[in-house]
Design a protein around this ligand. Structure first.
Ligand code: NAD
Length: 308
């Protein structure tokens, strides 16, 4: 049995708690949220606290999940690490900047960060991403990934104050998803300058990577100035004339070669998009060998590039 303390009963908590409720070996030990109106129905009859510290005085969970506004991750992760022996799964990004990462690292070896800290890089677990990674691995003759274009839109501009408070900026929010998702395919090596517009509601930047030993280039676009959510990534394997188009919103994909569709991922429409991300994420986290994409090293690399 894995006992879980859950911190932050907001939007993404609904998905976490729905997926956790499906896992017979998981028991919710407590939930924490200072807002008494926050998603009470998700907590079931688990004891409820308005702060993490007293919850950790009363319980010894195996896992603490932090799903709060991005700027609060650092403080809450620190509390969970020093106030318990639990592993800690923090929503992405792990912290909001590199100074906060240094602060977490200052906890030193006594806390064993590498063994205890995990980050919910959920986009790397989405079905179309896993499908494309398998497809590429099965076709070594296609050669390296040479170019990537990722364009992520969320309709957050209509609620800009809340969005900046919860997520920091469009780049911090979606850039973390883009970079961790690309880590499934390539070895990221750097980012170009960050170009932001509308106070951080939109951004673009380039990234460089290695694939099969050769250097490739990515263009990463994020924006909240949109009427609906729409997220796409195109992977170009130019040597073979192959393009793989991922529709992250529809959770579908196609592979095109020399103008013909050569493979596809369809969707039966039964599983909500985020549930489809977090089911394999938790399966990996709770396994004996969690995927390195959830680990501290990937989180640190994502943060270095996010804050570059
Ligand atoms: N919304 C999404 O689709 C989504 C998807 C993946 C990851 N995330 C990440 O999850 C995190 C939360 O996003 P959200 O959309 O759920 O935000 P949200 O604003 O909907 O919910 C955050 C919740 O945390 C609570 N909270 C604030 N401070 C707290 C504290 N100190 N202790 C306990 N609870 C506290 C708030 O009262 C609120 O209920 C962000 O880091 C975001 O990047 C969000």
């Amino acid at each position: 049995m894995t006992t879980v303390g859950f911190v932050g009963l907001g939007t993404i908590a609904e998905t976490h708690l729905a997926v956790l409720a499906e896992i017979p070996s998981v028991e919710l030990a407590f939930v924490v949220d200072p807002d008494p109106g926050a998603a009470a129905d998700l907590a079931g009859d688990a004891p409820r606290y308005d702060r993490l510290d007293p919850a950790l005085d009363d319980h010894q969970p195996d896992l603490v999940v932090v799903a709060t506004p991005t700027e609060t991750h650092a403080t809450l992760a620190r509390q969970a690490l020093t106030g318990s022996a639990a592993r800690v799964l923090v929503e992405k990004p792990l912290v909001h900047d590199l100074a906060a990462l240094d602060d977490l690292r200052s906890l030193g070896p006594a806390v064993d960060l590498a063994a205890r800290v995990f980050v919910a890089h959920h986009f790397a677990f989405s079905p179309e991403v896993l499908w494309a990674a398998d497809l590429i691995a099965g076709h070594p003759e296609w050669g390296p990934v040479s170019r990537i274009v990722a364009v992520f839109h969320d309709p957050y501009i209509a609620d800009a104050d809340r969005s900046f408070a919860a997520y920091g900026s469009s780049w911090i929010d979606s850039g973390a998803n883009q970079l961790s998702m690309l880590a499934r395919f390539v070895e990221l090596t750097g980012c170009g300058p960050l170009h932001e517009a509308s106070g951080g509601a939109s951004s673009w930047r380039t990234a460089s990577f290695l694939s099969g030993g050769t250097t490739g280039a990515a263009l990463l676009r994020t924006s909240w100035e949109a009427v609906a959510s729409s997220k796409h990534t195109a992977l170009h394997l130019d040597q073979a004339g192959t393009e793989i188009w991922l529709d992250h919103t529809a959770v579908t994909a196609v592979a095109i070669q020399d103008g013909a569709l050569v493979d596809q991922l369809a969707n039966d429409g039964r599983t909500p998009r985020k549930v489809a991300h977090y089911r394999p994420l938790y399966a990996s986290l709770l396994s004996a060998t969690p995927d390195p994409i959830l680990g501290l090293a990937t989180a640190e690399q994502v943060l270095q590039l996010l804050d570059a």
